[in-house]
Design a protein. Sequence first.
Lengths: 577, 175
Amino acid sequence: MQTLKETKPKKHKETAIRISGAEAIIHCLLAEDVDLIYGYPGGAIMPVYDELYKFQDKLHHVLTRHEQGATHAAQGYARVTGKVGVAIATSGPGATNLVTGLADAQIDSTPMICITGQVPRHLLGSDAFQETDIIGISTPVTKWNYQITKASEIPEIMARAFFIAKSGRPGPVLIDITKNAQFEEFDFSYSRCIAVRSYKPNPKPQIDKIEAAAELINSAKKPFIVFGHGTILAQAEDELRQLVEKAGIPAAWTILGLSAMDTDHPLNVGMVGMHGNYGPNILTNECDVLIAIGMRFDDRVTGNLETYAKQAKVIHFEIDPAEIDKNVQADVAILGNAKESLELLLPLIKENKHEAWLSEFKKCYEEEYEAVIKNDLYPTKPGLTMGEVIEEINKASENKAVIVTDVGQHQMIACRYAKFKQSKSNITSGGLGTMGFALPAAIGAKMGAMDREVVAIIGDGGFQMTIQELATIFQNKTPVKIVVLNNGHLGMVRQWQELFFERRYASTVMTNPDFIKIAEGYHIEAKRVDERKELKPAVEAMMASNEPFFLEVTVENEDNVFPMIPSGASVSDIRLK
Amino acid sequence: MEKKWFTISVYSENNVGLLNRISGIFLKRHINVESLNVSKSEIEHVSKFTIVVNTTEDWTRKIVAQIEKQIEVIKAYYHTDEETIYQESALFKIASHLLFDEPEIQNIISQHKSKIVTVSREYFVLAKTGRRHEIDEMHDDLEPYGIMQFVRSGRITVTKSEMPITSIINEFYQS
């Protein structure tokens, strides 16, 4: 593959030095400004770990308790910083344990590099101890992958890996390195990669398309913006806000777009999708121009495509050509980075207000407030709701915390009610829906944003999928705040069983251990809240702590998340109960 | 949307593992690859995949977009049969005595404009190049006499319109 290298001399490339492949890996990471990696050692990656030991003052390695935890921690770090997260593991089971994290990073466009050890070249294909075809296994869930079998390949492949992971629509890259390549010595020098011949990550927005979009927006009576992760990845938050304010357009977010715009902004009308807000969903089918920015019309957003926004002209700002017309046909498709595209669009947009249209969203909100929100946030029944816990965290953190969620009911509730002032603050597994994501991702998020509060919100089910990462928190004294919302069920599946499977609760009832004792076993301060009056002081105590803190809240067993678009139904058929 | 035959042409870097990546895209959408051919192309160190599928144009377009998204793929196109010139090749291995015992065999060879590639005491080998139905017709004609072995290649295609790979590559070096 042909690549172009940075010509500007870097401090790391001036002279070639004779070193081992393992040491070269460290130098590549340092040259890419990596100072933190997550991983788990094992036989086939030992030469690299030996170098990590020698370079520990420059490159901090965090030992997770499972390789999956390393990937999610790297993802959390990447999502909160915008930098590439790095995870490292040995061959065989070490490598296969990375697969869930890779798939998660792939579907949620997260820049991540996974480095795996591999059996020596002469043993490849021989079913050697801890040999597995991780290149074959990881191909469908990586943006790119490569097996290095000789040390001299390391600098160029590593440079390419970083370029590919972070450019265009970001994604995970896996580099598999045979053990002989780690031992071999060679003359090392490093240049960053700036282009790959067959890869065009940054299509330039076409001016005629921008003009067509501006014309549609300027003449629209009921324009509606839906923004997604692409807004955050392109750092287009400011341009988005300017567009929304200048043209007076109500804007809603996908789950991964959340936090790109202040949740209290008067034109921020809430979340689209299956458990999104009432107005943004039903009014999707009433807008005349739908402006999609950095989002991919996932089925959880659109519901039934046959009845999705059929009345509207669709403008799609998107960096990945494969997403254009994939699910929803665009009338105007603007291929390119969201920031560049919106910068070109803004001068062409006329100042406008859409008061009557905006009041329709307000009306819907009032209806939703009466039917759902009031009871979620300010319940009068004795049992605690997930919503009131989130509201308490909002208050105690003044909407400034990074919120990391797992998957299920608590995730939907947290994404509905958590408040954000700052971008890159909502870290969740959106596309893959990986239970067990939050605890390790919160470790990475905290390490990437030490000056901010990081609160992991987790269900009792997902918590037990990566519970061992409490040890990582303890060992590193990572001051994350862990909130387990315990309803004794796999809540979202139970909700579907209640609504669509006549309450046949197949394998969704959990008999749980004493989580407080478990947290205390890891020397983490822990508290349980069973009653409403205990909630506020407990959340305040948690937020005031400078140490890791575990808070378990016993919530109602059989609460449901509403509104809800039943699977396969139209966005306008969203149910309030 | 109606299903049709489409030929997908993929120009790529010559890389181990890319075939796996491309075939995965068909697997994911449960589409059967009817024919696959990988060869060098008109450009040095650039490979060409020729893939034939029978599906709707909408799916073909989406698949081509997914293929083109792969890092090592330089460019991918799809074309209908009318937009291409395409051929397949086949080899027939037949017992040598039939050449003398069955005079009709000689007529079949000349009627189908096929070539004798090799002759030995036990068998001879016929080569035939043409469209799928032409090869099928020759196969049907020979079958009653007994075919010891038969093999047909994937479709190879050139398009009537231009596929400007060289200029795409040149753009890279100019940037």
